[in-house]
Design a protein. Structure first.
Ligand code: JFZ
Length: 457
């Protein structure tokens, strides 16, 4: 086992884990209700689950894409700016179904290029993509026999963008997952949370699942090759019985990973803190923070409140240092273009990851206590290959002359800067668990400079 804790910091870790249990779980939020052992594949062994999750644990960083016909109004309806997130415009502006539906006829994203999107994600250092196959508005972005309200049958574009993405992902070695809004469907009279259109004659939610959601999930799990993730959203009005109408379908993709938003008490494989990073990770608990770069998931013309690249890189590092994954969102336009500010940020993150990726992919959470200057990730060595255990010190606030690292009780064989191709050894003074590392005056990276520690027993 990879063990680096000093006795004191171990007590500290246990204590904070207990406290963090409380911090991490906001009981009111559906997103956090999961347990460590919860798997969508009920009868699998622990080792089987570990094998199924292995690529996801390695990957750390994925692209979320919120794209649908809500990108046409882009936050504005009949000359009014509509508050809230862009993909909720139908709900927030109380748009009748018959009116909203008309958007489909205008949807013609001629600039869409699946390969460009996949390459952008890959160059950003992302290992997987999750795209909205159908959001709450009920519009399917794929060819569907279950409902003609889909991109092939209801738009002039007529192309199955998920098919094209699946092919591009396969070509470039990126895993693909689908977001599917299984409960809310504002277009179907049996869908959850559509109450404003009085023209709509309600049917049961069971009927909706039977004739639309179930068949569509089956299409998604059948027609696009191997799927990495099914990202359910949201659990509104779901009961165990309703959830059980979907569960058998997952057998179509035995290796699929699911999140905890199916509802009905089914917890899936990972938790989904949204727009926030938990104060602490929890051992044995898988989670993925999903986050926007501005304030909306689906494209909104007026939302220019972009996070800086430095903040996004530090978010990634913070998340990985706590054992989580980062699913970072883009909201393409109605033309099929990823907004330029998003592209710029993704490219800059990719540049940082090109140099520093080994301190992210396949690493585990910080085994030390809190660090005043930044974060820490860890990688267990491989005896057969003769590689040592490593700590990656992510220094956000570069110190003057010496970096102090508390809590390291293994001997440091070597320290060097990850950005230094020569790997020139830095001088280390080790006393008990405390290290003092001589570092150059200037930070190699203004956002996060990584110091590597190679450890011996
Ligand atoms: C949901 C969607 O409603 C939203 O449009 C977007 O797709 C986002 C990624 O997911 O929003 C949620 C879902 C769950 C919580 C909060 C917002 N939650 O559990 O706190």
């Amino acid at each position: 086992m990879f063990k680096l804790w000093s006795k004191r910091s171990l007590t500290c870790v246990i204590l904070t884990a207990v406290v963090a249990g409380g911090l991490l779980v906001r009981p009111s939020a559906a997103e956090d209700k999961t347990t460590p052992s919860a798997a969508s594949q009920a009868d699998e062994t622990k080792a089987g689950r570990e094998r199924r999750m292995a690529w996801w644990h390695e990957a750390k960083f994925g692209l979320f894409i919120h794209w649908g016909i809500y990108s046409i109004p882009a936050g504005e309806w009949k000359g009014q700016q509509i508050g809230g997130i862009g993909e909720w415009i139908m709900h927030n502006a109380r748009i009748p179904v018959a009116e909203y539906e008309q958007l489909a006829k205008q949807f013609n994203p001629v600039k869409f290029n699946a390969e460009e999107w996949v390459k952008l994600a890959k160059d950003a250092g992302m290992k997987y993509i999750v795209i909205t196959s159908k959001h709450h508005d009920g519009f399917a972005m794929f060819a569907s026999k279950a409902s003609r309200y889909n991109i092939v049958d209801a738009t002039p574009f007529k192309r199955d963008v998920l098919k094209e993405l699946a092919a591009a992902c396969r070509k470039h070695g990126i895993r693909l997952g689908f977001y599917y809004s299984q409960a809310q469907d504002w277009h179907h009279p049996g869908g959850a949370n559509n109450f404003w259109d009085k023209e709509m004659k309600r049917v049961s939610m069971e009927q909706y699942i039977r004739e639309k959601a179930g068949p569509q999930v089956k299409e998604l799990l059948t027609n696009y090759g191997e799927l990495a993730i099914l990202w359910w959203d949201t659990p509104a009005d779901m009961t165990p019985q309703r959830a059980e109408m979907f569960l058998p379908l997952l057998k179509l993709q035995p290796n699929i990973i699911t999140n905890n938003r199916l509802g009905g008490g089914y917890e899936g494989d990972f938790g989904t803190p949204e727009q926030r990073i938990p104060a602490k990770g929890k051992s044995g608990y898988d989670w993925e923070t999903c986050m926007t770069m501005n304030n909306t998931w689906g494209f909104k013309t007026r939302d220019q409140n972009w996070k800086s690249t430095d903040d996004l890189i530090r978010n990634l590092v913070d998340i990985v240092s706590k054992g989580g994954n980062f699913l970072l969102n883009v909201g393409p336009t109605a033309e099929g273009v990823i907004p330029q500010p998003s592209v710029e940020r993704l490219r800059e993150m990719g540049k940082w990851l090109k140099v520093n990726g080994v301190s992210i992919y396949g690493t585990t959470a910080n085994p030390l206590g809190d660090l005043p200057w930044g974060r820490c990730t860890a990688k267990a060595g491989d005896k057969d290959k003769g590689t040592p255990d490593k700590l990656y010190l992510h220094v956000f606030g570069w110190p003057k002359g010496k970096l102090a690292v508390p809590g390291v009780n293994k001997k440091v064989a070597k320290a060097y800067l990850l950005a230094d191709a020569q790997r020139k050894a830095l001088t280390v003074n080790q006393e008990e668990g405390n290290l003092l590392i001589d570092v150059p005056a200037k930070a190699p990276d203004k956002c996060d400079s990584v110091v590597v520690l190679e450890l011996t027993d």
